[in-house]
Design a protein around this ligand. Structure first.
Ligand code: 5GP
Length: 186
């Protein structure tokens, strides 16, 4: 059986990665979305094992020591990481696997898996990113400021990626992503 392709979607918080990938998922059943582990607290409406595996710092650090992560990073005071075993299993089963992760983790995947397709989702402007992040209302102002400072760093690294998709209009950006994926499947 043909092995699946690993896609890494990255880009600053508020660029719209989650929204784009949710829409993509509805239209494609050959995709497996990796569920990350994190030490951040669940937001209202988030369930353990659905959006994330919510771990304590001790649990997360035990998994680091066990080498369980394909990549992991510290982002705005919390750990986030991709568990390697389920990703490998799904690729072996022929699924294309989607990781939605921040930039440091994406770079680690690029090192370990040079065959991974690396896509950076960028906002149309920094101002728009700040407006989206505040408008979403999921973080207090202190966390928003930290996310924006991290976003500046992340945006400066976008040229290291195979593709940069500017999320100006959802449908247009989605078409571009579909185009990238169908070129790989051809
Ligand atoms: P949030 O707290 O908004 O859910 O996620 C914060 C950031 O962490 C986002 O940029 C998200 O893509 C990233 N992230 C989510 N899961 C992972 C992961 O497994 N590894 C890494 N490196 N980043 C992740």
């Amino acid at each position: 059986m043909r092995k699946g392709t690993l896609y890494v979607f990255t880009g600053p918080s508020g660029a719209g990665k989650g929204t784009l990938l949710d829409l993509l998922r509805e239209q494609d059943d050959r995709l497996y979305y990796s569920i990350s582990a994190t030490t951040r607290a669940p937001r209202a409406g988030e369930t353990d094992g659905v959006q994330y595996y919510f771990l304590t710092k001790e649990q997360f650090e035990r998994k680091i020591a066990q080498n369980a992560f394909l990549e992991h990073a510290c982002y705005v005071d919390n750990y986030y990481g991709t568990l390697e075993a389920p990703v490998e299993q799904k690729l072996d089963e022929g699924y294309d696997v989607i990781l939605e992760i921040e930039v440091q983790g994406a770079m680690q995947v690029h090192e370990k898996r040079p065959d991974a397709v690396m896509v950076f989702i960028a906002p149309p402007s920094f101002e728009e990113l700040a407006a989206r992040l505040r408008g979403r209302g999921t973080e207090d102002e202190d966390k928003v400021q930290k996310r924006l400072a991290t976003a500046r760093e992340e945006l400066s690294q976008k040229d290291a990626f195979d593709y940069v998709v500017i999320n100006d209009k959802i449908e247009r950006a989605l078409d571009e992503i579909r185009g990238i994926m169908s070129a790989r499947r051809a």
